[in-house]
Design a protein around this ligand. Structure first.
Ligand code: 1GP
Length: 253
């Protein structure tokens, strides 16, 4: 029996044959639908590859639905949910990172929320993409909310062990997360060690604010770079566009 990949996952794999990818994260708790739509439109224009939607606090229900709908109306980029729990599901999205926070102390974030959300994902026909989600120091809000034991920045082998375990558990993506707004992104040494042990796309995010930092993540082995805060908090839409361009150049080279 051959595994059939969904549309968004296929799109990711096809694009990765040509270049590294840039996913823009929008947190419905931080941006209103109108701004989200405008940022999504700009993201598509400057060459970003997908929009992720989610957050650890308040990114649920109507607020989430409205933001996803606004994004769908203003861009044709794939919309991928990035849920903090089963509350982060919206019927309007194309796909969902069906993620397990492998280094949480709390089983709710490893398998509990997933069980609570599974039937909803099926009912709405959202494409689930299984993903190992690992919190690296400092971890920020998601580390605290997700009751994680953040992997120390100077212990890349622990990250690699978790990533490989995730792979053996069947995850088809691995995400190294320093936490939204982290002072420093995931260290390049950690990215390269993890890259060496897995055979699936590696996503890196948290604290990437400059083209140079994005470039460093890609050089170390990231396949997909996620940026959120730097764009959301750019100050104006014009500055957000400039930041998007800078980050995109760093990723695509
Ligand atoms: C957070 O990895 C993402 O979940 C993006 O982080 O907001 O710091 O870009 P930033």
């Amino acid at each position: 029996m051959k595994l059939q990949l969904g549309k968004v996952e296929k799109y990711i794999h096809e694009k990765l044959k040509k270049e590294k990818l840039h996913f823009v994260l929008l947190d419905p708790d931080d941006v209103d639908p109108e701004t989200a739509g405008k940022i999504a439109e700009m993201s598509e224009k400057i060459g970003a590859d997908a929009i992720m939607i989610g957050g650890s606090t308040g990114a649920e229900g109507e607020v989430l639905d409205d933001v996803v709908r606004a994004i769908k109306e203003s861009s044709s980029l794939p919309t991928i949910l990035f849920p903090g729990s089963h509350g982060g599901i919206s019927r309007y999205a194309d796909a969902i990172f069906f993620m397990s926070l492998l280094n949480s102390r709390n089983p709710f974030f490893i398998t509990g929320a997933q069980a609570l959300g599974a039937f909803q994902v099926k009912r709405y026909g959202i494409e689930p993409i299984p993903m190992a989600y690992l919190i690296i120091e400092p971890g920020e809000t998601v580390g605290w909310v997700g009751d994680a034991r953040p992997i120390p920045r100077h212990k890349p082998k622990i990250a690699a062990a978790y990533a490989l375990a995730g792979r053996y558990l069947g995850m088809r993506l691995v995400y190294l997360e320093a936490g939204s707004g982290a002072e420093k992104p995931v260290p390049p040494e950690m990215i390269s060690i993890v890259r060496k042990v897995i055979d699936v796309p590696l996503i890196v995010g948290g604290g990437i604010r400059t083209g140079e930092q994005a470039r460093a993540a890609v050089k170390a082995g990231a396949d997909i770079v996620v940026t959120g805060t730097a764009i959301e908090k750019a100050g104006s839409l014009e500055m957000a566009r400039k930041k998007l361009e800078e980050l995109n150049r760093g990723i695509k080279g």
